[in-house]
Unconditional design. Structure first.
Length: 333
């Protein structure tokens, strides 16, 4: 937020300069009256700390009637809104015009000195006539002054009668550096000029393949399902044999009073039922053991054993949060 005194004084000088020739200008150009109206609205909004709205009014005024004092007001609004690159460029442009109010000239030089420590300057060299764009400003060589840019490393492309030129520069805040535009390739086709960091294509994503952990865990799980099926099958057979033995005994009183015959059949069925019940129990136990092994291998597979696949491991880690503290089990991926 800008203090009232700090906001008012610079704009007051701009207003005095902008209105000093207003009576003559209004008689000669009707656009000047409309521009003055937008300008005065901008000053009121500026003094009310509505800087974004003020900037829009100053832009409209300058578009209607490009007076240097109006451009100075626009630059100051950009400065206060945290747009140093736009502000310093407009301060410099306003200073070039001899109609700029002397007080505004002094303020522009003061603000430029403040912004130069936050921006960088680039002196661009290369073949005469080369056209390029840098941070939204389209220019052609030779330049009459260095260019204000944001600090950083960037690549500039230029066009010279269909030939592509380029140059890379590291712009440092508060420093003046030189950017030389050189031919990129005599056979290269012309392209749009930009000022942005070079980009690289991401590597192709390799198709995924089943991991060793998944294969081994799946094999144990399949074995568990097979064992479960055998357990169920032997259980059904055991139940059938037991039912047959009980039916034979009920139908023949005194079945085993004497050896041989029906008594031997009964004993055989009873023995088969016990044997199949035992195999069914073994199948259930094996199924449970194999399924547990599959889950354990999948979750606790050793780190680093999957090549480039992200490893997964379990660990006990302290937990801390609002109202509680303790330990928690975590999986690392």
């Amino acid at each position: 937020m800008v203090t009232p005194m700090k906001a008012y004084c610079p704009i007051l000088a701009v207003l005095l300069g902008a209105l000093s020739f207003s009576s003559v200008a209004r008689a000669e150009d009707p656009r000047k009256a409309q521009a003055d109206a937008f300008f005065e609205e901008g000053v009121k909004l500026h003094n009310a700390d509505r800087e974004a709205d003020a900037l829009e009014r100053f832009k409209k005024a300058y578009a209607l009637y490009p007076a240097p004092n109006t451009l100075m007001a626009q630059a100051r609004a950009e400065h206060l809104l945290g747009r140093p690159l736009e502000a310093i460029r407009h301060y410099r442009e306003a200073l070039k015009n001899p109609l700029l109010h002397p007080k505004n000239g002094d303020l522009a030089r003061q603000y430029i000195a403040e912004l130069e420590v936050r921006t960088a300057r680039v002196s661009v060299t290369g073949p005469s006539g080369a056209k390029f764009s840098i941070f939204g400003e389209t220019l052609r060589l030779p330049l009459d002054a260095p260019v204000d840019v944001e600090p950083g490393t960037f690549l500039v492309h230029a066009d010279l009668d269909g030939k592509v030129l380029q140059g890379t520069i590291l712009a440092v805040a508060g420093k003046l550096v030189v950017l030389e535009l050189k031919p990129k390739d005599d056979s290269a086709a012309p392209r749009a000029t930009t000022a942005s960091p070079p980009t690289t294509e991401p590597p192709p994503i390799a198709p995924s393949t089943p991991s060793t952990r998944m294969i081994v865990s799946g094999a144990f799980l399949a074995g568990g399902l097979a064992a479960l099926g055998l357990g169920v099958g032997f259980g059904v057979t055991s139940t059938a044999s037991t039912s047959d033995a009980k039916g034979l005994r009920s139908a023949t009183p005194g079945l085993c009073a004497s050896p041989g015959g029906a008594c031997d059949v009964y004993k055989s069925k009873a023995d088969d039922a016990d044997h199949q019940a035992t195999l069914s129990t073994i199948g259930y136990i094996a199924a449970g053991a194999l399924a547990a092994t599959a889950v354990t291998l999948f979750v606790f597979w050793p780190s680093g054993s999957e090549g480039h696949e992200p490893s997964r491991s379990a660990r006990l880690a302290p937990s801390l949060g609002p109202g509680f503290a303790g330990f928690s089990s975590q999986f690392a991926f």
